[in-house]
Design a protein around this ligand. Structure first.
Ligand SMILES: [Zn+2]
Length: 235
């Protein structure tokens, strides 16, 4: 173990709470899997938490269901409660990697307050930055064979003949959700609140930005370097 200041700024018994931010297509899920494994952190993804709470019928899950059944948004305090429940589990004793929450500045402030009440905070925000045009390229590159269901990607995994299925020669189709204009509209809704959340934590000086255009292993390396530089290295 090196004495590079990390131990001084962070008692060994104190856990780390990280927030991973990135638009759809930025590779956030992939990095979350790698990082939670490498760092021994529990991966708390908002979608998973909801599904789990609803399935298990926890009191907060039941509360969330009431709102969802009415077609209302689940209030932030209910969502925060779900995260805090998970943070209280033994699986989170070394720390947690939050993914997909907080999604708005209001949620971020409420989460900050709740964490502060127990002497904790978001230790680092890792923003995986990818330009919108590249996100569109990544997300809108999917084409599917209507007959056999094989999925191709124009950049990553293209068919031998453009627009034609390798296996049965059928013309490939694009799902509505994968059309560039639909992808772009979805990102246009998603990105501004995400930037506001990053700006909020930027003011607290806890943001590290990584270049999400790089290959997966390099993005991971950038993140681990950022955590080390911030004195949050996990041995
Ligand atoms: Zn096919």
């Amino acid at each position: 173990m090196t004495d590079d200041g990390a131990q001084r700024s962070l008692p060994a018994n104190r856990r780390r709470i990280l927030l991973l931010v990135g638009a759809a297509g930025a590779g956030k899920g992939t990095q979350a899997d790698i990082l939670s494994r490498e760092l021994g952190l529990v991966h708390l993804a908002s979608g998973d938490l909801f599904r789990q709470a609803l399935r298990d019928g926890t009191p907060l899950g039941d509360k969330a269901r009431e709102y969802m059944d009415r077609g209302d948004l689940v209030p932030d305090d209910v969502t925060i409660g779900m995260f805090m429940e998970q943070l209280a589990m033994p699986s989170a004793r070394r720390g947690a990697l939050l993914d997909g929450f907080p999604r708005t500045v209001a949620q971020a402030r409420a989460l900050d307050d709740t964490l502060a009440a127990q002497g904790e905070r978001i230790d680092r925000v890792l923003s995986i930055d990818v330009p919108v045009d590249e996100l569109v390229e990544r997300l809108a590159g999917r084409w599917v064979c209507p007959t056999c269901g094989t999925v191709y990607h124009l950049e990553i995994d293209p068919p031998r003949v453009r627009g034609i299925c390798d296996r049965d020669g059928m013309p490939l189709e694009q799902r509505d959700d994968d059309r560039p204009e639909v992808v772009r509209a979805r990102l246009a809704k998603q990105i501004p609140p995400m930037h506001e959340v990053v700006d909020h934590y930027e003011r607290a000086g806890v943001v590290s930005r990584v270049d999400g255009r790089r290959p997966i292993a390099e993005v991971t390396r950038q993140i681990l370097d950022a955590l080390r530089d911030a004195g949050l290295t996990v041995d």
